[in-house]
Structure formats: structure tokens, C-alpha cells
Write a protein that binds this ligand. Structure first.
Ligand code: ADP
Length: 200
């Protein structure tokens, strides 16, 4: 398919974008059970980054499942394809100079690792929102767990479909013990340590 394609030479490079933006680009890949806090933290981090003048984008279930991946369901194969497409879209955003925050359960290690492989070291930062199933179920902000327990939602991660814990994430956030603000500060610190945003 791709043998007759020729890449156009890029003149506005990532380096030039970073110099103009005053920060580098990378992806913060949030993973964890439904209700573990991925969206809440991703949006709160984005707000803080926006406040200090960074260029960002958040990709989460709502803006992707209704569009780019509207044709996909929740089988293992479809979940893999969902994450593959999000990975490729994320790569484009990172090339465009954005700090990209993704909030997807992304339950399978192999799928996350394939996304990691799309990036050079340091550009993919995996953030594991660690939270007990009990706590997520108690929160049940979307009512999904109750419906999954009742058998109304099939292949629901944590109930009837597995969640594979990350082996070596760049950051673990214990969202059942920390406040949202504490989690946000840890993510901002990670971005500083990695040199994505300048230190104070
Ligand atoms: P997910 O995107 O992982 O499905 P959400 O962000 O939609 O999860 O929901 C997480 C819920 O947990 C929110 O209601 C949020 O206010 C609450 N919460 C409590 N403590 C935290 C924390 N430390 N980090 C993130 N969310 C938290």
C-alpha cells in the first residue's frame, strides 16, 4: 500500500516548533480502570499547562469514540485497533508540537507497548492511574459498573474483561489516596524532570 508514497521534506521541524513554543512536545498516556481518574487528571493538567502558556490537546473516549473510532466496539481486536489509531493520531499531534494528553483505559500491555514504539525515548510518558476496583466501583460516576455487574454491558474492563497493570510506567498515581491536585503536581513535576517544560 505505502510503496508509492514519498514523504515530503519537513522544513518546520519539531525543534523549531519547540523553540517557538517555549516547551517541547510529548504524550502523557494515562491508563487505568474506568473511574480511576484519567480524564479528571488529564484535563486538570491541561488547564495548568494552558495557564503557563503551553500548547496542549486532550484526547479521551468521548472525542474519539464518536469520531475517529466510531466504527469500533469493545472486543479485544477492536480495542487494539482503537488504541492503534489513537497512537497514530497522538504521534501527529506530538509532531505538531503539542503536549498531548490521552485518557483511555488502554487495558492491554501489548497495545500500549506498540504505541510506545511509535515514539523515541522520552516522548511517551505512561501514567498509571492506580485505583482499586472497589474504589472505582464506589465512584461509578457513569453508572457503568452497576450495569456491567447486571450483565447489561459486556466485556467491561475490571468486571468481565481484563486490565493488565503497566510493567514500567513513567509515573504511578494512587488516585484512591491522593487528591486531584496532588496528582496534577506529580504530573507537572514529571514534565519538568523530562525537560518537556522548563523548570521554574
Ligand atoms: P476515568 O477517566 O479514569 O474513567 P474520571 O476522571 O472520569 O475517570 O473519574 C474519576 C472520578 O474520581 C471523578 O469523579 C473524580 O472527581 C474522582 N477522584 C477522586 N480523587 C481523584 C484523584 N486523586 N484523581 C482523579 N480523580 C479523582
Amino acid at each position: 500500500m505505502s510503496e508509492n508514497l514519498i514523504w515530503h521534506h519537513v522544513t518546520v521541524t519539531r525543534q523549531k516548533r519547540a523553540a517557538q513554543n517555549g516547551h517541547k512536545s510529548a504524550v502523557l498516556w494515562f491508563t487505568g480502570l474506568s473511574g480511576s481518574g484519567k480524564s479528571t487528571i488529564a484535563h486538570a493538567v491541561e488547564e495548568q499547562l494552558f495557564h503557563i502558556g503551553c500548547h496542549t490537546v486532550v484526547l479521551d473516549g468521548d472525542n474519539v469514540r464518536h469520531g475517529l473510532c466510531a466504527d469500533l466496539g469493545f472486543s479485544v481486536q477492536n480495542r487494539s485497533e482503537n488504541i492503534r489509531r489513537i497512537g497514530e493520531a497522538t504521534k501527529l499531534f506530538v509532531e505538531a508540537g503539542l503536549i498531548t494528553l490521552t485518557a483511555f483505559i488502554s487495558p492491554f500491555c501489548a497495545d500500549r507497548d506498540k504505541v510506545r514504539e511509535l515514539f523515541v525515548a522520552g516522548d511517551y510518558l505512561e501514567v498509571y492511574c492506580r485505583c482499586t476496583l472497589d474504589c472505582c466501583e464506589q465512584r461509578d460516576i457513569k453508572g457503568f459498573y452497576q450495569r456491567a455487574r447486571a450483565g447489561e454491558i459486556k466485556e467491561f474492563t475490571g468486571i468481565s474483561s481484563p486490565y493488565e497493570v503497566p510493567n514500567d510506567p513513567e509515573l504511578i498515581l494512587d488516585t484512591d489516596q491522593l487528591t486531584v491536585d496532588e496528582c496534577v503536581q506529580k504530573v507537572i513535576l514529571l514534565l519538568r524532570k523530562q525537560g518537556v517544560i522548563p523548570s521554574d
